[in-house]
Ligand binder design. Structure first.
Ligand code: NDP
Length: 272
């Protein structure tokens, strides 16, 4: 019997994780099966318990359960603790280990795949939801000159500044504070693109040679990437690479083997 893994969420039908992990398993020769579990929104913990009872070994957790996955973990990694959100569960002995691989996935995509080193850079993170808080600590570990966070509900950005200020130079601002500012890297971690919307960032925030990164993936150029392109930004990336890299990090946690991500990123891009 192959070892059993799954992604759990609601909705979950759109998830590309089963496809990605099928490719990883084929590539590495690991005998696993990986599917998708739709859990009722108020029955996440029960669905996880049922999965372990059926012999499951590990889970990826997606919207809207990352905070609950943090709460049900008996032990968490430092990065998951900082984010207070978990996207990967591993069954270990009698307990559950929770980790958050989103930030490592983002950093690997930017620094390794896109060859954009973060050290000394001015970085703007737009958004303060689950995805944003998962990437702050891994971004700070790259030692940017400053990490500025802006969010539609400003209080959430200020809370993040407070939580992460001991880990690096973090500054929360309001959108109107961004006029006249320039950033080497602008990351859209809002869900605005999901609704065809653009967060209210002013024109002119991109420094020359900057990278515009939208965590959203699979829909061609998002409104945010179109906005950046209109400003003359040449380096544009969607979240496909982050998606595959965070999956590879989960696969490594479960199987101890790092799959090659390049071919899988290419495969997803060719299907988008
Ligand atoms: P959340 O619902 O937790 O947070 C949404 C964030 O977007 C909040 O900061 C919210 O602001 C902001 N927002 C929503 N609409 C607008 C708008 N019209 N203008 C400005 N701000 C807006 O979502 P997640 O953090 O989980 O996900 C965010 C995005 O990241 C999604 O597009 C998701 O697909 C993507 N993602 C990609 C991953 C990848 O591997 N590539 C991994 C994880 C997420 P407010 O606080 O004011 O509500």
């Amino acid at each position: 019997m192959p070892d059993h893994y799954a992604v759990i969420g609601n909705p979950v039908a759109q998830s590309k994780s089963p496809l990605i992990h099928a490719e990883f398993s084929r590539q590495t020769g690991q005998d696993i099966c990986y599917d998708a579990i739709l859990a009722p929104v108020d029955e996440f913990a029960q669905a996880v318990t049922d999965f372990w009872k059926q012999g499951g070994r590990g889970l990826n957790v997606t919207v809207p359960f990352k905070l609950e996955a943090f709460r049900i973990s008996s032990r968490v990694s430092e990065r998951a603790g900082a984010a207070q959100a978990v996207n990967t569960l591993v069954l270990e002995g009698d307990g559950i280990f929770g980790d958050n691989t989103d930030g490592a996935g983002l950093v690997r995509d930017i620094a390794a795949n896109l060859q954009f080193p973060l050290a000394g850079k001015r970085v703007l993170l737009i958004g303060a939801g689950g995805a944003a808080r998962g990437v702050i600590m891994p971004l700070l570990e790259q030692e940017p000159r400053i990490l500025v966070i802006v969010n539609r509900t400003p209080q959430k950005a200020y809370d993040l500044q407070r939580r992460f200020s001991s880990s690096g130079k973090v500054l929360a601002v309001n959108y109107h504070d961004l006029y006249g500012e320039h950033f080497d890297l602008v990351i859209n971690a809002t869900s605005a693109s999901l609704h065809g919307e653009l967060p209210p960032v002013p024109a002119g925030i991109f420094a020359s040679q900057s990278l515009a990164y939208d965590m959203m993936y699979g829909k061609g150029h998002t409104p945010f990437l179109q906005f950046a392109e209109l400003q003359g930004v040449k380096n544009l990336a969607d979240g496909t690479g982050m998606l595959v890299e965070q999956a590879a990090e989960s696969f490594f946690l479960w199987r101890g083997i790092r799959p090659r991500t390049g071919p899988v990123i290419e495969m997803l891009r060719s299907r988008a």
